[in-house]
Design a protein around this ligand. Structure first.
Ligand SMILES: [Zn+2]
Length: 424
């Protein structure tokens, strides 16, 4: 059994939408009340309240306010767990010497949604075509909402838990499926061995010199985005026009994200389908894209340039590509080799004589003073990691991270294929 996440777009009618909003408001009220209880208990008695104490109070809450009953007890518990996680994260960061913000009260408008942590209280039925029906609640209170999308795992995939979220006025349901191993498998069409170097100039360069151009989604949309942001800055904050522009900006961001995810999905799928061995270097986008700002005492250099490079790097979504490669390679039986970047230094090493040839990131051509080997810089890197992959005992195990268990995470790792993302 494997766990996979898929997302469906919901198509509620007006009445269903109103009910969904009302349920979200109740979940939000519960969250805020539970937060207040914790704060009060601490202020008045110096006592901290645990998740279980709050969970045990739920039956009484349902007796006093019957409108909570139709929300389902497990969904209510899940919202309390979400608060508990916020506190755990807060204390963990305090302990680590960081300065986190205290868990906040949330307004119903900004409350993202709610979740059912197990198969109780809802049902998802996939039809033949691209449609599905999501049924939440039970008896007369049940809602049957049309959903758009389809997953590729067949009838043996069993939905395990769902999270309903609202994003840019659009309701989505994210489903965790329990899928038999066989239903996850991908067919491979070839047994190539390829090295690939991800970069900003070209999104990907292979060891044979082939390249995949960087679509530069963000770069193309940036002037448009900036214009909208400038226009919004001229409006009075909180005014109708200000809000309207905010929504347009959010939608543009979303569209850029959708196009990017779609591109990365398609290209990574093609890579694992063609390859028996796929080599690339390990990636640390968090440190790579660290701001060059520095501190007041030691200000960094070339901060703006680094910010531009960071934007390009994050926009090119290498982290996303690596995540997708990891699980898709496993599904296709492809060996994904991740070279140890620090030891190997693929961009500095000569693929012909293995000597280190230092160069700056502006130098696009590798010219070796030791053996005279000349090659485009990125192709040389791709070749170096491919040679490394052919050497036993090097590299890092490339195993996909397991999906987190559904425990009130507001954001979870999604593992999706294009066929399952109808919102693209
Ligand atoms: Zn050389």
């Amino acid at each position: 059994m494997q766990r996979r996440k898929v997302t469906f777009k919901l198509d509620p009618n007006a009445a269903q939408l109103a009910r969904r909003e009302a349920w979200t408001r109740l979940h939000c009220e519960l969250y805020n009340a539970a937060l207040e209880e914790r704060i009060d208990a601490w202020r008045k008695a110096g006592k901290s309240i645990s998740y279980y104490e709050q969970q045990n109070a739920l039956p009484q809450i349902k007796a006093d306010w019957p409108e909570f009953v139709e929300l389902g007890s497990h969904a209510l518990q899940q919202t309390l767990r979400r608060l508990d996680l916020a506190f755990q994260a807060f204390f963990r960061r305090v302990k680590a010497g960081q300065t986190p913000g205290f868990p906040r009260f949330k307004s119903a408008k900004r409350f993202s949604g709610f979740a059912y942590p197990d198969p109780a209280g809802w049902k998802l039925m996939q039809h033949g075509g691209r449609g599905a029906t999501l049924r939440i609640g039970s008896g007369e209170a049940a809602l049957s909402i049309r959903a758009r999308g389809r997953h590729r795992f067949g009838p043996d995939a069993k939905p395990n838990d769902i999270t309903l979220t609202r994003r840019n006025g659009q309701w989505l349901v994210s489903v965790t499926l329990r899928v038999p191993d066989a239903a996850c498998a991908r067919r491979r069409t070839a047994d190539l061995r390829r090295g690939v170097d991800f970069g900003v100039t070209d999104w990907a360069t292979f060891d044979d010199g082939q390249t995949l151009a960087n679509p530069r989604w963000l770069r193309e949309e940036l002037p448009h985005l900036a214009a909208l942001q400038r226009e919004r800055a001229r409006r009075r904050k909180g005014s109708l026009r200000f809000k309207r522009l905010g929504r347009r900006i959010a939608r543009l961001h979303e569209r850029i994200g959708n196009v990017r995810r779609d591109f990365v999905h398609k290209e990574t799928t093609r890579m694992v389908q063609q390859c028996a061995v796929l080599a690339t270097e390990q990636l640390a986008p968090k440190t790579m894209s660290r701001s060059a700002k520095g501190t007041v005492e030691a200000p960094g250099r070339r901060v703006r340039q680094k910010a531009g490079l960071n934007r390009e790097m994050l926009s090119a979504a290498f982290g996303m590509a690596h995540q997708m490669l990891a699980y898709k390679a496993e599904e296709a039986g492809t060996r994904l080799h991740l070279s140890n970047t620090r030891q190997l230094k693929p961009s500095q090493r000569c693929s012909a004589c293995w000597e280190i040839v230092p160069k700056t990131s502006a130098q696009r051509v590798h010219g070796c003073p030791h053996c005279g080997h000349v090659m485009p810089r990125d192709q040389n890197s791709a070749l170096v990691v491919l040679i490394d992959a052919n050497t036993p005992g090097t590299g890092v195990a490339a195993r996909p991270k397991p999906l987190p268990r559904q425990r009130g995470k507001s954001k979870s790792v999604t593992r999706e294929t294009p066929a399952t993302t109808p919102c693209v």
